[in-house]
Design a protein around this ligand. Structure first.
Ligand code: TYM
Length: 334
C-alpha cells in the first residue's frame, strides 16, 4: 500500500549554512511543514564520510538545529533529529548496499566531484553515501523530498533502489518511489565568485557565499565584491545567460523579492550592476540578518537544542523501527 504524503529531507552539519541551502531547500522545508507531515534530519553520518573534527561536528550539529528553528521550522510540527541517533538508518543502509549496484554508484557525479582526482584515497563511505541517503528517505517511506538540484541524481538512485527492492522481494508498492521537490526558479544558487559553480560550504573563499550568520557589513562587502559585469544589465534573458554571475545575482534578487525573473529584467535593464547590487544588499540584510541573529541566540542554549533532538529522535524511532521490522521480514532476517 502506498503511504499518504510524507516529506523527508536532510542537511549535513558541516559548518555555516548559506544562502544556497536556505533558498534552494530550507525555505521550502518551512513552507511544506504548514501542509504536510515532515521529517527533517541533521545528517551527521553523511558528514563523517569526510573527516570531521569531533568537537566541531557536535557544535555544527547543534548549530544546524538552531538554523532550522531560526528559519522557521517548528519542532512541534515537524520531526527534527540527528541521523546517528536512529540506528535504523545504518541498518537499512547496509541492506541497501546489497540492493544497489556498483554500476549505479559509479555514475554519481557528486562522488566524482568530491573525491576529485584522488579517488583511491576517498573513504568507502563517500562512495556508498547515496545508499545511506536512500535509506534515510525510505526508512520513513517518505514520498516527497525537498532538495536543491545538486541532489537530483541521488534521488533518482533512491527511486531505483526502492524499485529494485520491491521487485527482488516481490512486494510491489512496499517502498514508494520518492519524488524530488526541486524549486523551479532557484534550484541552484551559484557562487558569487564563479557563476558556473554552485554556492558551497566547501569553497575556500568565504566571498563566494552569503552565510546565514553573516553580519550586515559582511553582506555589504561580499555583494560589492561579487562578480557581475561592466556593461549595463541587458534587457533579455538570452544575453543574461552569457553572464552567469550576473544572472545569479538577478535570480537571487528575484527569489528573495518573491518576484519573477522577467519582471526583474524589465526593472533592471539598462542599469549599472551597482544598482542591482545595492538593492540586493538591502534585501539580503533584511532577510538573512534576523535569521543569523536568532541562530546566534539559540546556539547559547545547548540544553534546549539537545532536547529538540532527543524528542525528535524518539518520534522518528517509532516510525523507523516499525518500517525496519517489515523490511527485515521481507529480506528474511530473523
Ligand atoms: P547538503 O547538506 O549539501 O545541502 C542541504 C540542502 O541544500 C541544498 N543546496 C543548495 N540548493 C541550491 N543551491 C545551492 N548552491 C545549494 N547548496 C546546497 C542541497 O541540495 C540540499 O537540499 N546529501 C544531502 C543531505 C541528505 C539528504 C538526505 C537530503 C542526506 N540524506 C535525504 C534529502 C534526503 C546533502 O549533502 O545536502
Amino acid at each position: 500500500m502506498i503511504n499518504k504524503k510524507l516529506v523527508f529531507s536532510g542537511v549535513q552539519p558541516t559548518g555555516n549554512l548559506h544562502l544556497g541551502n536556505y533558498l534552494g531547500a530550507i525555505k521550502n522545508f518551512v513552507l511544506l511543514q504548514k501542509e504536510l507531515n515532515c521529517i527533517y534530519c541533521v545528517v551527521d553520518l553523511h558528514a563523517i564520510t569526510v573527516f570531521q573534527n569531533p568537537k566541531e561536528l557536535m557544535k555544527n550539529t547543534l548549530e544546524t538545529v538552531a538554523s532550522f528553528i531560526a528559519t522557521g521550522l517548528d519542532p512541534n510540527k515537524s520531526i527534527i533529529f540527528n541521523q546517528s541517533s536512529v540506528s535504523a538508518h545504518s541498518e537499512l543502509a547496509w541492506i541497501f548496499n546489497c540492493v544497489s549496484r556498483v554500476g549505479w554508484l559509479n555514475r554519481m557525479t557528486q562522488f566524482k566531484d568530491k573525491a576529485g582526482s584522488n579517488k583511491e584515497k576517498a573513504s568507502v563511505g563517500l562512495y556508498i553515501y547515496p545508499n545511506l541517503m536512500a535509506a534515510d528517505i525510505l526508512l520513513y517511506k517518505a514520498t516527497h523530498v525537498p532538495v536543491g538540484a545538486d541532489q537530483k541524481q541521488h534521488l533518482e538512485l533512491a527511486r531505483d533502489i526502492a524499485q529494485k527492492f520491491n521487485k527482488d522481494f516481490n512486494c510491489e508498492d512496499f517502498f514508494p518511489l520518492p519524488e524530488p521537490l526541486i524549486l523551479k526558479n532557484i534550484s541552484r544558487v551559484m557562487s558569487l565568485r564563479d557563476g558556473t559553480k554552485k554556492m558551497s560550504k566547501s569553497d575556500e573563499s568565504d566571498y563566494s557565499r552569503i552565510n546565514l550568520k553573516d553580519s550586515p557589513d559582511e553582506i555589504i562587502k561580499k555583494i560589492k565584491k561579487a562578480k557581475s559585469g561592466s556593461e549595463p544589465i541587458p534587457d533579455n534573458l538570452k544575453s543574461l545567460e552569457e553572464k552567469p554571475e550576473a544572472l545569479n545575482l538577478l535570480n537571487i534578487y528575484t527569489e528573495v523579492l518573491k518576484s519573477n525573473l522577467e519582471k526583474t529584467i524589465n526593472e533592471m535593464a539598462g542599469k549599472e550592476y551597482s544598482f542591482v547590487k545595492n538593492k540586493l544588499t538591502e534585501l539580503l540584510i533584511s532577510e538573512i540578518c534576523p535569521i543569523g541573529k536568532e541562530i546566534k541566540k539559540l546556539i547559547n542554549d545547548e540544553t534546549h537544542l539537545r532536547e529538540v533532538l532527543n524528542k525528535g529522535a524518539e518520534k522518528a524511532r517509532i516510525i523507523a523501527e516499525e518500517n525496519l521490522k517489515n523490511v527485515r521480514e521481507k529480506v528474511g532476517l530473523i
